[in-house]
Design a protein around this ligand. Structure first.
Ligand SMILES: [Zn+2]
Length: 306
């Protein structure tokens, strides 16, 4: 058996939503119909919880508010097993299709609901579809106003929806009008001049495990954690399919049958922690980015001595 890669700690995260929550596809049913559809998220989340238990791994579950409302016991069970409860918003709408007031309400409602159900403080937020298009101060201001301590919505590369061009591939602290919030971006790695994702979604399913392991080890060796992300539907090859064009179909459904095996191997080969535990242990070492009100961002160290 391979030894665990001890060069660093990775973060494993789950966006808890169902098979009909795929974004930007015309066949995705409207919210009014969601309650009538056969849910798969409960059993798939239970399966992920079992995998975590088998490998003694604690991870962060970004719950969609709608899922928490339909399956309140799922939030409680997840919290009772020692995992971190975080928010994936209330209604799974792309951020750029909402106005700032709607975004705030969507964030606050989900945080309050998840805190009530779990009895824990909900510190983290992840936007549906990583739909933050730039490091606009309003986004981080809204997160602070909604009561969050960290965010994990930045996908620093090109993407179908969301995604932004950024050279910041590792975690950082955003400083804004004297307040701070930590950003934990999805892990991308620079290969042949491009930022490539390997740690979640279609990328994790498409790439052979050996390649995922190599890119993860390389990321850890450069001093950054790997932020893995998964959806419960991705370990459920039998879930119903939504009609969509061939490209989206490939991205959404490729290699569903082998994903659970990949997660098992990741859990065996790497060391994992939750988002919040990572922040608690590394906060002082994170670079600080000052976001000016104009929206331009300048890097600066936490102090002049380091
Ligand atoms: Zn989502």
């Amino acid at each position: 058996m391979l030894k665990k890669n001890n060069k660093g700690t990775s973060i494993f995260s789950v966006d808890v939503e169902d098979w009909f929550h795929i974004l930007d596809v015309e066949s995705t049913p409207p919210v009014a119909r969601w309650n009538d559809l056969p849910g798969r998220v409960e059993r798939n989340t239970h399966r992920l919880l079992s995998l975590c238990e088998e490998h003694d791994v604690r991870v962060t579950f970004f719950f969609l508010g709608w899922v928490a409302q339909r399956y309140p016991h799922l939030v409680r069970e997840t919290a009772e097993k020692g995992h971190e409860i975080a928010s994936h918003g209330s209604s799974h709408r792309l951020l750029y299709r909402m106005n700032p007031a709607e975004v705030l309400t969507d964030m606050v409602d989900s945080r309050r609901l998840l805190e009530d159900l779990s009895g824990t403080q909900v510190r983290g937020y992840r936007a549906p579809g990583f739909s933050v298009r730039n490091e606009a101060p309003w986004f981080f201001e809204t997160l602070l106003e909604a009561g969050f301590t960290y965010d994990s919505s930045v996908f620093p590369g090109p993407r179908g929806h969301g995604g932004m061009r950024s050279n910041r591939l590792g975690p950082y602290t955003v400083s804004l009008r004297g307040k701070e919030i930590v950003e934990l971006p999805v892990s991308l790695i620079r290969v042949a001049g491009r930022n490539i994702c390997f740690s979640g979604g279609g990328y994790l399913r498409l790439f052979p495990y050996r390649l995922v392991r190599r890119l993860a080890s390389k990321t850890l060796a450069s001093g950054r954690p790997v932020m893995f992300y998964i959806h419960p539907r991705e370990i459920d090859p039998r879930h119903p399919r939504l009609p969509m064009n061939r490209v989206r179909e490939f991205k959404s459904y490729v290699n569903l049958a082998s994903t659970e095996g990949k997660i098992r191997r990741l859990f065996r080969d790497f060391t994992f922690t939750t988002c919040w535990d990572f922040i608690r242990e590394n906060r002082e070492a994170l670079p600080v980015v000052n976001l000016a009100v104009s929206g331009s961002a300048n890097d600066q160290g936490r102090s002049s001595t380091d």
